[in-house]
Design a binder for this molecule. Structure first.
Ligand SMILES: Nc1ncnc2c1ncn2[C@@H]1O[C@H](COP(=O)(O)OP(=O)(O)O)[C@@H](O)[C@H]1O
Ligand SMILES: [Mg+2]
Length: 302
């Protein structure tokens, strides 16, 4: 079997207690893998450490222990192979939409000609349906348009991995819906490997191939990996018509409402990160996945 593109192994994050005595463990014993081209969502209550995990994947934050291996190499810092989209758009306010994207493209592809860079910027602005807004500054764009520029900028560097931290949570429902559709189309057609934090169960069911469920912190764990058994050709309009939709939705909501708390209060060792339960609701018995021994490392090059 091929190695997964991303392997998160035994990740933990701890902070010293403010009293100076002991440590606060935000999360511990986190193991999961992401295959090339897979879209993975993570769901859990505020404070369980989702953003910390995403930032560790981005190389912007360091875990206290454990390792993240991407393509056979342990990561040790940020890289243009990994693009991050946060809740806020984080655009340069003095630059136009096109200039914001150009800055990212020229950093990623310094050897490209001006014409190549321009083509790339225009292609990705078109992809997020912003062809008419090249010259607009962020202040002249709506919230949804700004987030679209952020998505175009992230995708224009053709990252190996796209990381998104609740990218649509500040948007109104209609804008969020159309951006989800666009993102789904782009990620499917480009087979973009994606890791996304969301608190929106329907968003996860629309976009994700699998959904990681995190227990409440402190001491949070990945309790389950739920396989999205909705058909590949699902759309936002038809999601609720599939027979798997309500069982899946109820399972995720029930986890968020009760099980994330109950599991968090269970005795230490109740969950084994290396034997994370994989749940498929179209089968009767859940399987477990045993995470393999850490893959051999190539030289760290970052
Ligand atoms: N410098 C710090 N000192 C102590 N605790 C921290 C520090 N930074 C973050 N935390 C804690 O780490 C936890 C996880 O944060 P975060 O990853 O943002 O969670 P999430 O994205 O799931 O809401 C939070 O409970 C937060 O209080
Ligand atoms: Mg967060």
């Amino acid at each position: 079997m091929r190695n997964p593109l991303i392997s998160v192994e035994n990740l933990a994050k701890r902070f010293p207690e403010p009293s100076g005595k002991g440590e606060l463990t935000v999360f511990d014993d986190i193991w999961f893998t992401i295959e090339e081209g897979e879209f993975v969502c993570i769901i859990g209550h505020s404070g369980c450490g989702k953003s910390t995990i995403l930032n560790a994947l981005a190389g912007l934050d360091e875990a206290s222990s454990g390792v993240i291996i991407i393509d056979g190499q342990a990561i040790s810092g940020p890289s243009l192979d990994r693009a991050v989209i946060f809740q806020g758009h984080a655009l340069m306010p003095w630059m136009s939409a096109l200039e914001n994207i150009r800055l990212a493209v020229t950093s990623r592809f310094p050897e490209w000609s001006k014409a190549q860079v321009q083509d790339q910027c225009e292609k990705y602005l078109r992809m997020v349906h912003l062809d008419g807004a090249h010259d607009k500054k962020p202040a002249q764009l709506s919230g949804g348009m700004k987030q679209r520029v952020g998505i175009a900028r992230a995708l224009a560097i053709e990252p190996q991995i796209l990381l998104m931290d609740e990218p649509f949570s500040a948007l109104d429902a209609l804008t969020r819906g159309s951006l989800q559709d666009e993102l789904m189309g782009i990620c499917k057609s480009t087979k973009q490997t994606t890791f996304m934090i969301t608190h929106d169960v329907d968003e996860a069911l629309l976009l994700a191939d699998k959904i990681l469920l995190m227990t409440n912190g402190p001491n949070a764990r990945v309790a389950e990996i739920v396989v999205n058994t909705l058909p590949e050709n699902r759309s936002r309009d038809s999601l609720h018509k599939h027979e798997q939709y309500y069982p899946l939705r109820n399972h995720l909501i029930e986890f968020l409402v009760t099980r994330s708390r109950e599991l968090a209060s269970e005795a230490e060792g109740a969950l084994d990160g290396r034997q994370t339960k994989v749940v498929r609701l179209d089968e009767t018995k859940p399987e477990t996945v045993t995470n393999s021994e850490p893959a051999p490392l190539r030289a760290v090059n970052e």
